[in-house]
Design a protein around this ligand. Sequence first.
Ligand code: NOJ
Length: 573
Amino acid sequence: MTHPATQTQDLTTPDPAARAAAEPAPAREWWRSAVIYQVYPRSFADGNGDGVGDLPGITARLAHLAELGADAVWLSPFYVSPHADAGYDVADYRDVDPLFGSLEDADAMVARAHELGIRVVVDLVPNHTSDEHPWFRAALAAGRGSVERERYLFREGRGETGELPPNDWRSVFGGDAWTRVPEPDGTPGQWYLHLFDTKQPDLDWTHPEVREEMESVLRFWLDRGVDGFRVDVAHGLVKAPGLPDWDHDQELLHGSNSGGERPPMWDQDGVHEIYRSWRKVLDSYPGDRMLVAEAWVAPAERLASYVRPDEMHQAFNFDFLQASWRAADLRAVIDRSIRELSAVGAPTTWVLSNHDVVRHASRLGLPVGARRPNGISAGDPQPDAELGLRRARAATLLMLALPGSAYLYQGEELGLPEHTTMPHDVRQDPTYHRTEGDEVGRDGCRVPVPWQHDAPAFGFSRTGESWLPQPSAYGHHAVDVQRGVPGSTYEMYRAALRLRRATALGTGELAWLDGAEQVLAFRNGAVLVVANLGPEPVSLPAGAEVLLVSGDLVAGSDGRPAVPTDVTAWVRA
Ligand code: NOJ
């Protein structure tokens, strides 16, 4: 294998700016550089053996996050819910669903996390409630024209007898975004908007009571000691006046800006006023509380508007998650993200997996440039598991070396793949049903975590119950198989988080080193990072001290250790 000499030269070029960045960063707000671990409560750890994860289960396993080196945990919703969308359909924002435990269990979880030095971020779902929320029930009972209906988006239908939906909007989960209700006297009545499932009616954010209620919910959880909120569908709360038609499909979580036109249901300027008032609520509390936006908006300039100094603190960087495994694409996303977010004084965030997307260990095993699927089923082309894991590990070390804050999704520290052969009859994601199977949906990334290779349900629940089936391969990924094993994905994550902290990568600055087209090489402070996405090994500078690698190094043509294809190395040079 040949190795172009220029690469080696470029990697050794001293960079004074980068050297300066190696100075210890001043103490700053924790969230600017935090590694935040997402727990999906249903699937993390089951304390009572019913097959569904719960808060006592999470509390008992929080030491795992501390061992890993996470700074904070974000928990997907655990509130009272009929679970039409796995808890993203909230019926009571101020209580815990019995499936997950009680308010006391939530308090105990927060207390334990704080004891371990882990901050707690909870999910807030303000765009819609459950149809079983008392407000929606009251709206149905009160009938058209009532004040109760004004908290939601009820409208008369089109057509002679109102038999057609009020506009042409589609649900993100497939099908119409409108459902017609019977009026209290039994006659066919008004329609209500639900951008997601029928059981998730959208609130009308022009209504002052909606605003007051959600601020009161923020205070309820802030009073209980949480450190922040992940704001669900942060780009959707305000709709364009008049709810005009939008002649486009709703792509599930694919960004909201098709062809430059702003859809009337996403990213309306009115949302910012809401976040400005929430910021005031958070700022009125002691401690360093934070808001992170789940906003699928593009381009990064639009996203940056959510994290202006008087709005939220962070926004998920889905452009990074969606970038293809090509050096140029990744570099462009990284540059643009840093540029746009720092222009408003906000930290960049990085994320590769969450509960809505195919896990990156599987996604990166699909052909480069292929459209990101919404779930993978047995009938689909299967990802290359080995390649996927190799690239996932490289992607992770790339991500964790970038300045800013990083989000991890439970199980990725085990290199967990997507469940790609789940039987259809156990699927629970409303997307699967609403698209009549056209999109299999998100169940494959929500499968319970394997803790112990030889225990029932791989240690997830003591009874062996598991609300979604775990593939047998999960045994090979179990925590107990990887803990203490040099080179395991788990130990790689631990080492990365330790080094990231010790070398202050999260508060550092990135300085690119120009080299081969398919190589990402940069300095962040004292660390030189080389992610090789090209076909040829890239030799490390002479005398480089290897800090961490995502895969074995090889001998370069010059005899020096070299980074092979789909491997990332952190070195001191
Ligand atoms: C985004 C959440 O992450 C997803 O799981 C949920 O289905 C939708 N928002 C609707 O709340």
